[in-house]
Every structure is written in C-alpha cells, then in structure tokens.
Design a protein around this ligand. Structure first.
Ligand code: PRP
Length: 180
C-alpha cells in the first residue's frame, strides 16, 4: 500500500528536545503557581497528538492532579463553517465543579479547541483553560484564549513530539518541518 508519508522528508529542526524541555518546564512552573489553591486539577489530554507533551508536562506538575483523555475529529468542511467537532472518545469522569486544563499539541484554525472549551463549560466545569505547546497564530480562524502557550509557530507543516504526518514521526524527540 502506498504510504503518503514516503513523499515527504524532514526539512529541518524547528525546536530541539532541549528547547522543548525548557519550555515545558516554564509552562509547568506557571501551572503549579496558578493551581496551588485550585487542586485537584484535572488535565485532559487530547489524543493522539498531545500524548508526549502531556507525559512530560505531567511529570513536572506538583499540585494534586488527575487525568482524563478525549479524542476528537472534525467533520472536515462542516467544521469550518459550524465549528462542530465529533467526539470519538469522551471523558470517563464528570467535570461539574472541576478545574480543567486542556492539554493540546497544536492549535491551527482553533475550531477544535473553541468548540471543546464551550462544550466543557456547558458540563459545569468551574474553569476550563487551555495549554497548547504550539500555536499557528496566522492560521487561527477564531480567537481561542490560550492561557499557557508554548511556541507561536509559522504556518508550516510540523511533525514530531507527538505530531504526525500520515501517522508517522510522532516519536521524534524534537519538532521538525517537513518538505516534499
Ligand atoms: C490536531 C491537534 C488539534 C487539532 C487542531 O489534531 O491535535 O486537536 O488538530 O486543529 P484546529 O485548530 O484546526 O481545530 P489532529 O486532528 O491532527 O489529530 P491527532 O492529534 O490525532 O494527530
């Protein structure tokens, strides 16, 4: 079977493993300060891309914390007009009254996170904040309030540290750009 990722290769490193490590430390420090009096914090990882970022971030969180996961997929062009996404795996826990922090690898149009934040608020969460490692600000179509943002990146295709192209490259320890 033809693998579409065969047509692409790594163009260059955008952020090294060390740069990412320092950024994750910085974000965790802010989260520890902000949630000191709002524990237990519920971290919600968005599959699949956030799994590596969440694993690194989680090990630096010092306040009492619990975890859950969601998997979402967009309806393609329907998402672009309605902003509605399909929940492929929902939370296992009730979040009414909980302080929730969504952990995401990348914000592109912002439609997924904008929908999700509204959806979690509607379930009665006490607070719903967003922690995203990467934000393609130039591609944002809606204004998503990202409280904890790692890097603002150009509108290029990036892979590694959880991010894929055709399910490849998620395990790279750094973030790279792709070329044909
Ligand atoms: C990526 C990312 C976000 C979404 C952002 O997931 O993890 O969930 O796209 O896009 P948006 O801002 O345009 O809504 P993807 O659909 O690639 O799934 P994956 O995490 O399983 O790779």
């Amino acid at each position: 079977m033809a693998d579409p990722s065969d047509d692409y290769e790594i163009a260059g490193e955008l952020y090294s493993a060390e740069e990412i490590r320092l950024k994750v430390e910085e974000l965790a420090k802010r989260i520890n300060e902000d949630y000191a009096d709002r524990a237990p914090l519920l971290l919600i990882g968005i599959l699949k891309g956030a799994f590596i970022f969440l694993a690194d971030l989680a090990r630096l969180i010092e306040v009492p914390v619990q975890f859950d996961f969601m998997a979402l997929s967009s309806y393609g062009s329907a998402t672009k007009t309605s902003g509605v996404v399909r929940i492929r795996k929902d939370l296992d826990v009730e979040i009414s009254g909980r302080h929730v922090l969504i952990v995401e690898d990348i914000i592109d149009t912002g439609l997924t996170l904008s929908y999700l934040q509204r959806n979690l608020f509607a379930r009665g969460a006490a607070s719903v904040e967003i922690c995203a490692l990467l934000n393609k600000r130039a591609a944002n179509k809606v204004d998503v309030p990202i409280k904890y943002e790692g890097f603002s990146i150009p509108d290029d295709f990036v892979v590694g540290y959880g991010l894929d192209y055709a399910e490849r490259y998620r395990n790279l320890p750094y973030i790279a750009t792709l070329k044909k």
